[in-house]
Design a protein around this ligand. Structure first.
Ligand SMILES: [Ca+2]
Length: 340
Protein backbone atom coordinates (compact mmCIF):
# COMPACT_ATOMS: atom_id res chain seq x y z
CA UNK A 1 0.00 0.00 0.00
CA UNK A 2 1.34 3.45 -0.89
CA UNK A 3 2.60 4.93 2.35
CA UNK A 4 2.82 8.59 1.37
CA UNK A 5 6.61 8.63 1.40
CA UNK A 6 7.61 9.57 -2.10
CA UNK A 7 9.82 8.63 -3.84
CA UNK A 8 11.55 5.83 -1.93
CA UNK A 9 10.86 3.23 -4.58
CA UNK A 10 9.68 0.74 -1.98
CA UNK A 11 6.49 -0.22 -3.74
CA UNK A 12 5.56 -1.06 -7.28
CA UNK A 13 3.43 2.05 -7.39
CA UNK A 14 6.15 4.44 -6.25
CA UNK A 15 8.71 2.74 -8.57
CA UNK A 16 6.39 3.26 -11.53
CA UNK A 17 5.82 6.88 -10.58
CA UNK A 18 9.56 7.46 -10.25
CA UNK A 19 10.23 5.95 -13.70
CA UNK A 20 7.52 8.14 -15.20
CA UNK A 21 9.03 11.24 -13.65
CA UNK A 22 12.55 10.33 -14.79
CA UNK A 23 11.20 9.91 -18.28
CA UNK A 24 9.71 13.40 -18.09
CA UNK A 25 13.03 14.99 -17.13
CA UNK A 26 14.77 16.48 -14.08
CA UNK A 27 12.67 19.65 -13.86
CA UNK A 28 9.56 17.58 -13.37
CA UNK A 29 11.28 15.37 -10.79
CA UNK A 30 12.51 18.28 -8.68
CA UNK A 31 9.15 20.04 -8.74
CA UNK A 32 7.37 16.98 -7.38
CA UNK A 33 9.65 16.82 -4.34
CA UNK A 34 7.54 19.60 -2.89
CA UNK A 35 4.54 17.61 -1.71
CA UNK A 36 1.13 19.14 -1.74
CA UNK A 37 -0.42 19.48 1.71
CA UNK A 38 -2.52 16.46 2.64
CA UNK A 39 -6.22 17.42 2.79
CA UNK A 40 -7.62 16.25 6.11
CA UNK A 41 -11.06 16.03 7.67
CA UNK A 42 -10.60 15.47 11.39
CA UNK A 43 -13.46 13.51 12.98
CA UNK A 44 -13.24 13.48 16.77
CA UNK A 45 -15.05 12.69 20.01
CA UNK A 46 -13.40 15.73 21.59
CA UNK A 47 -14.02 15.71 25.31
CA UNK A 48 -13.89 12.03 26.16
CA UNK A 49 -10.12 11.97 26.44
CA UNK A 50 -7.31 14.46 26.05
CA UNK A 51 -5.54 12.96 23.07
CA UNK A 52 -8.16 14.49 20.74
CA UNK A 53 -7.13 17.99 21.77
CA UNK A 54 -3.45 17.19 21.26
CA UNK A 55 -4.17 15.50 17.93
CA UNK A 56 -6.00 18.60 16.67
CA UNK A 57 -3.11 20.68 18.01
CA UNK A 58 -0.49 18.80 16.02
CA UNK A 59 -2.72 18.86 12.94
CA UNK A 60 -2.60 22.66 13.13
CA UNK A 61 1.18 22.60 13.45
CA UNK A 62 1.43 20.30 10.42
CA UNK A 63 -0.81 22.75 8.56
CA UNK A 64 1.53 25.59 9.64
CA UNK A 65 4.38 23.59 8.07
CA UNK A 66 2.53 23.25 4.78
CA UNK A 67 2.24 19.49 5.31
CA UNK A 68 -1.53 19.42 5.86
CA UNK A 69 -4.65 21.35 4.97
CA UNK A 70 -7.56 21.19 7.43
CA UNK A 71 -10.80 20.97 5.46
CA UNK A 72 -13.14 20.52 8.42
CA UNK A 73 -13.47 19.29 11.99
CA UNK A 74 -16.39 17.03 12.90
CA UNK A 75 -17.40 15.90 16.35
CA UNK A 76 -19.39 12.77 17.11
CA UNK A 77 -19.60 13.84 20.77
CA UNK A 78 -23.10 15.26 21.22
CA UNK A 79 -22.17 17.06 24.41
CA UNK A 80 -22.71 20.66 23.30
CA UNK A 81 -19.28 21.73 24.57
CA UNK A 82 -17.38 19.41 22.29
CA UNK A 83 -17.86 21.55 19.17
CA UNK A 84 -17.06 24.69 21.18
CA UNK A 85 -13.74 23.19 22.30
CA UNK A 86 -12.92 22.34 18.67
CA UNK A 87 -13.63 25.96 17.74
CA UNK A 88 -11.46 27.23 20.62
CA UNK A 89 -8.49 25.15 19.45
CA UNK A 90 -8.99 26.13 15.80
CA UNK A 91 -9.25 29.79 16.76
CA UNK A 92 -6.21 29.69 19.05
CA UNK A 93 -4.11 28.23 16.25
CA UNK A 94 -5.23 30.84 13.74
CA UNK A 95 -7.92 29.00 11.80
CA UNK A 96 -11.18 30.30 13.28
CA UNK A 97 -13.15 29.62 10.13
CA UNK A 98 -12.51 25.91 9.68
CA UNK A 99 -16.01 24.42 9.25
CA UNK A 100 -17.19 22.43 12.27
CA UNK A 101 -19.94 19.84 12.16
CA UNK A 102 -21.62 18.25 15.15
CA UNK A 103 -23.44 14.90 15.27
CA UNK A 104 -27.22 15.12 15.53
CA UNK A 105 -27.70 11.35 15.77
CA UNK A 106 -26.01 8.51 17.53
CA UNK A 107 -25.23 7.72 21.16
CA UNK A 108 -24.97 10.40 23.80
CA UNK A 109 -22.39 9.62 26.47
CA UNK A 110 -22.48 11.98 29.39
CA UNK A 111 -18.90 11.87 30.59
CA UNK A 112 -16.75 14.84 29.70
CA UNK A 113 -13.29 14.64 31.13
CA UNK A 114 -12.72 16.72 34.20
CA UNK A 115 -14.80 19.55 32.79
CA UNK A 116 -11.72 21.22 31.34
CA UNK A 117 -14.07 22.84 28.85
CA UNK A 118 -15.32 25.16 31.61
CA UNK A 119 -11.93 26.81 31.80
CA UNK A 120 -11.51 26.86 28.03
CA UNK A 121 -14.88 28.41 27.19
CA UNK A 122 -14.41 31.10 29.83
CA UNK A 123 -10.86 32.02 28.78
CA UNK A 124 -10.57 31.68 25.01
CA UNK A 125 -12.30 33.32 22.07
CA UNK A 126 -14.68 31.22 20.02
CA UNK A 127 -17.82 32.00 18.08
CA UNK A 128 -19.38 28.54 18.16
CA UNK A 129 -20.78 28.35 21.66
CA UNK A 130 -22.63 25.05 21.38
CA UNK A 131 -22.69 21.95 19.21
CA UNK A 132 -26.43 22.52 18.89
CA UNK A 133 -25.67 25.55 16.72
CA UNK A 134 -23.26 23.67 14.45
CA UNK A 135 -24.47 22.10 11.19
CA UNK A 136 -24.96 18.35 10.99
CA UNK A 137 -21.76 16.53 10.11
CA UNK A 138 -23.31 14.80 7.07
CA UNK A 139 -24.16 18.17 5.53
CA UNK A 140 -20.59 19.44 5.97
CA UNK A 141 -19.07 16.19 4.76
CA UNK A 142 -21.17 16.14 1.61
CA UNK A 143 -20.62 19.82 0.82
CA UNK A 144 -16.85 19.60 1.22
CA UNK A 145 -16.38 16.26 -0.50
CA UNK A 146 -18.41 17.39 -3.49
CA UNK A 147 -15.99 20.30 -3.96
CA UNK A 148 -12.77 18.30 -3.60
CA UNK A 149 -10.75 16.66 -6.39
CA UNK A 150 -11.12 12.89 -6.67
CA UNK A 151 -9.30 10.73 -4.10
CA UNK A 152 -7.95 13.88 -2.49
CA UNK A 153 -9.24 13.65 1.07
CA UNK A 154 -8.02 11.65 4.03
CA UNK A 155 -10.43 11.27 6.92
CA UNK A 156 -8.80 10.93 10.33
CA UNK A 157 -11.36 9.33 12.65
CA UNK A 158 -10.25 9.56 16.26
CA UNK A 159 -13.66 9.13 17.84
CA UNK A 160 -16.45 6.67 17.32
CA UNK A 161 -17.66 6.15 13.77
CA UNK A 162 -21.17 7.61 14.05
CA UNK A 163 -20.58 10.44 11.59
CA UNK A 164 -19.05 8.13 9.02
CA UNK A 165 -22.00 5.75 9.27
CA UNK A 166 -24.33 8.68 8.58
CA UNK A 167 -22.19 9.77 5.63
CA UNK A 168 -22.11 6.25 4.24
CA UNK A 169 -25.92 6.03 4.52
CA UNK A 170 -26.53 9.49 3.05
CA UNK A 171 -28.60 10.08 -0.07
CA UNK A 172 -28.09 12.41 -3.07
CA UNK A 173 -28.74 16.04 -2.13
CA UNK A 174 -28.15 19.62 -3.29
CA UNK A 175 -24.37 19.14 -2.99
CA UNK A 176 -23.98 15.93 -4.97
CA UNK A 177 -26.08 13.53 -6.98
CA UNK A 178 -23.97 10.66 -5.61
CA UNK A 179 -24.99 8.43 -2.74
CA UNK A 180 -22.83 8.51 0.38
CA UNK A 181 -20.93 5.36 -0.62
CA UNK A 182 -20.37 6.66 -4.17
CA UNK A 183 -19.18 10.04 -2.89
CA UNK A 184 -16.74 8.38 -0.50
CA UNK A 185 -15.42 6.06 -3.21
CA UNK A 186 -14.85 9.00 -5.53
CA UNK A 187 -13.37 11.55 -3.13
CA UNK A 188 -11.68 9.77 -0.22
CA UNK A 189 -8.13 8.51 -0.56
CA UNK A 190 -8.27 6.59 2.68
CA UNK A 191 -9.72 6.50 6.15
CA UNK A 192 -7.32 6.44 9.09
CA UNK A 193 -9.15 5.21 12.17
CA UNK A 194 -8.18 4.90 15.82
CA UNK A 195 -9.68 1.76 17.30
CA UNK A 196 -9.26 -1.92 17.96
CA UNK A 197 -6.33 -4.02 19.05
CA UNK A 198 -3.96 -5.92 16.78
CA UNK A 199 -1.06 -7.06 18.93
CA UNK A 200 -2.41 -10.57 19.44
CA UNK A 201 -5.07 -12.90 18.06
CA UNK A 202 -8.58 -12.77 19.51
CA UNK A 203 -11.06 -10.05 20.38
CA UNK A 204 -10.11 -6.58 21.61
CA UNK A 205 -12.34 -3.97 23.21
CA UNK A 206 -11.62 -0.28 22.68
CA UNK A 207 -13.66 2.83 23.37
CA UNK A 208 -14.00 4.20 19.87
CA UNK A 209 -15.57 1.01 18.49
CA UNK A 210 -17.54 0.15 21.64
CA UNK A 211 -19.04 3.64 22.02
CA UNK A 212 -21.10 3.13 18.85
CA UNK A 213 -20.66 -0.54 18.03
CA UNK A 214 -23.27 -0.69 15.27
CA UNK A 215 -21.64 2.26 13.49
CA UNK A 216 -18.19 0.68 13.82
CA UNK A 217 -19.48 -2.58 12.37
CA UNK A 218 -21.29 -0.96 9.47
CA UNK A 219 -18.43 1.37 8.54
CA UNK A 220 -15.66 -1.21 8.77
CA UNK A 221 -17.66 -3.75 6.73
CA UNK A 222 -18.84 -1.36 4.03
CA UNK A 223 -16.31 1.46 3.67
CA UNK A 224 -15.45 1.61 -0.04
CA UNK A 225 -11.83 2.87 0.15
CA UNK A 226 -8.77 1.68 2.12
CA UNK A 227 -8.85 1.87 5.93
CA UNK A 228 -5.71 2.02 8.06
CA UNK A 229 -6.22 1.29 11.76
CA UNK A 230 -4.03 2.50 14.55
CA UNK A 231 -4.68 0.17 17.45
CA UNK A 232 -4.63 0.42 21.19
CA UNK A 233 -1.14 -1.07 21.41
CA UNK A 234 0.36 1.69 19.24
CA UNK A 235 -0.79 4.78 21.14
CA UNK A 236 -0.71 3.22 24.60
CA UNK A 237 3.07 3.19 24.81
CA UNK A 238 3.59 6.64 23.30
CA UNK A 239 3.35 8.81 26.40
CA UNK A 240 3.14 12.55 25.87
CA UNK A 241 2.22 15.56 27.95
CA UNK A 242 5.14 15.84 30.40
CA UNK A 243 7.18 18.09 28.11
CA UNK A 244 4.06 20.02 27.14
CA UNK A 245 3.36 20.77 30.81
CA UNK A 246 6.97 21.84 31.37
CA UNK A 247 7.48 23.99 28.26
CA UNK A 248 4.13 25.16 26.87
CA UNK A 249 2.86 28.56 28.09
CA UNK A 250 0.47 28.16 31.02
CA UNK A 251 -2.25 30.07 29.24
CA UNK A 252 -2.53 27.87 26.15
CA UNK A 253 -5.61 25.66 25.72
CA UNK A 254 -3.61 22.45 25.44
CA UNK A 255 -1.59 23.23 28.55
CA UNK A 256 -4.84 23.78 30.46
CA UNK A 257 -6.35 20.53 29.15
CA UNK A 258 -3.28 18.51 30.13
CA UNK A 259 -2.89 20.27 33.50
CA UNK A 260 -6.52 19.60 34.40
CA UNK A 261 -6.63 15.97 33.40
CA UNK A 262 -3.16 14.72 34.28
CA UNK A 263 -3.37 16.33 37.71
CA UNK A 264 -6.60 14.49 38.35
CA UNK A 265 -5.26 11.22 36.99
CA UNK A 266 -1.97 11.68 38.88
CA UNK A 267 -0.15 10.89 35.62
CA UNK A 268 3.01 12.49 34.30
CA UNK A 269 2.13 11.68 30.72
CA UNK A 270 -0.70 10.09 28.80
CA UNK A 271 -1.13 7.66 25.87
CA UNK A 272 -1.24 9.22 22.41
CA UNK A 273 -3.67 7.20 20.34
CA UNK A 274 -5.22 10.03 18.37
CA UNK A 275 -1.94 11.80 17.63
CA UNK A 276 -0.64 8.67 15.88
CA UNK A 277 -3.58 8.80 13.45
CA UNK A 278 -2.84 12.42 12.52
CA UNK A 279 0.87 11.80 12.18
CA UNK A 280 0.34 8.76 9.94
CA UNK A 281 -2.38 10.44 7.86
CA UNK A 282 -0.16 13.42 7.07
CA UNK A 283 3.33 11.95 6.94
CA UNK A 284 2.73 8.31 6.06
CA UNK A 285 4.77 5.55 7.62
CA UNK A 286 8.14 7.34 7.53
CA UNK A 287 10.34 5.43 9.92
CA UNK A 288 7.65 5.52 12.60
CA UNK A 289 5.71 2.37 11.76
CA UNK A 290 5.35 -0.48 9.33
CA UNK A 291 2.00 -1.67 8.06
CA UNK A 292 0.32 -5.07 8.17
CA UNK A 293 -1.71 -5.31 4.99
CA UNK A 294 -3.12 -8.83 4.68
CA UNK A 295 -6.44 -9.99 6.09
CA UNK A 296 -9.25 -7.81 7.38
CA UNK A 297 -10.69 -6.26 10.49
CA UNK A 298 -13.93 -7.78 11.80
CA UNK A 299 -16.16 -5.94 14.27
CA UNK A 300 -18.37 -8.03 16.55
CA UNK A 301 -21.82 -6.82 17.60
CA UNK A 302 -20.48 -5.55 20.96
CA UNK A 303 -17.79 -3.48 19.25
CA UNK A 304 -14.89 -5.81 19.95
CA UNK A 305 -12.62 -6.24 16.95
CA UNK A 306 -10.76 -9.24 15.66
CA UNK A 307 -8.20 -9.38 12.85
CA UNK A 308 -9.07 -12.16 10.42
CA UNK A 309 -6.52 -13.76 8.09
CA UNK A 310 -9.13 -13.86 5.31
CA UNK A 311 -10.72 -12.46 3.28
CA UNK A 312 -8.15 -9.96 2.11
CA UNK A 313 -9.69 -6.48 2.19
CA UNK A 314 -8.30 -2.96 1.82
CA UNK A 315 -7.68 -2.97 5.57
CA UNK A 316 -4.33 -2.57 7.30
CA UNK A 317 -2.98 -1.70 10.71
CA UNK A 318 0.10 0.06 11.99
CA UNK A 319 2.92 -1.95 13.55
CA UNK A 320 5.50 -0.43 15.86
CA UNK A 321 8.86 0.28 14.23
CA UNK A 322 10.43 3.34 15.83
CA UNK A 323 10.62 3.22 19.62
CA UNK A 324 7.60 4.76 21.41
CA UNK A 325 9.78 7.34 23.17
CA UNK A 326 11.14 8.56 19.85
CA UNK A 327 7.65 8.88 18.36
CA UNK A 328 6.61 10.72 21.53
CA UNK A 329 9.46 13.15 20.89
CA UNK A 330 8.22 13.78 17.33
CA UNK A 331 4.69 14.45 18.65
CA UNK A 332 5.83 16.76 21.43
CA UNK A 333 8.20 18.62 19.09
CA UNK A 334 5.15 19.37 16.95
CA UNK A 335 3.01 20.30 19.95
CA UNK A 336 5.65 22.73 21.15
CA UNK A 337 6.34 24.25 17.77
CA UNK A 338 5.41 27.94 17.99
CA UNK A 339 2.02 28.68 16.41
CA UNK A 340 2.13 30.84 13.29
CA1 LIG B 1 -10.66 10.34 20.64
Amino acid sequence: MFDGNFPHGRSVLSSMMLLTLLARGPACLSSTHVREPVSIIFDTDMGYNIDDAAALGILHKLADNGEAKILAVMTCNRNKWSAAVCDIINTYYGRPDVPIGSAKKGPYHKRFWNRYWERLVSQFPHDLTSGHEAPDTTEIYRRILAEEPDKNVIIVAVGFLTNLKELLDSKPDRFSELSGAELIRQKIGKLVAVGGGYSSAGKHQTWSFKADASAAKLVVENWPTPIVFTGREIGEKIRTGARLRAEEPQDSPLRIVYDCVLTRLKEKAHPSWDQTAVLYAVRGLRGYWSEHTTGCNYIHDDGRNEWKLAPNKDHSYLVEKMGPNEVARVIEDLLLQSPK
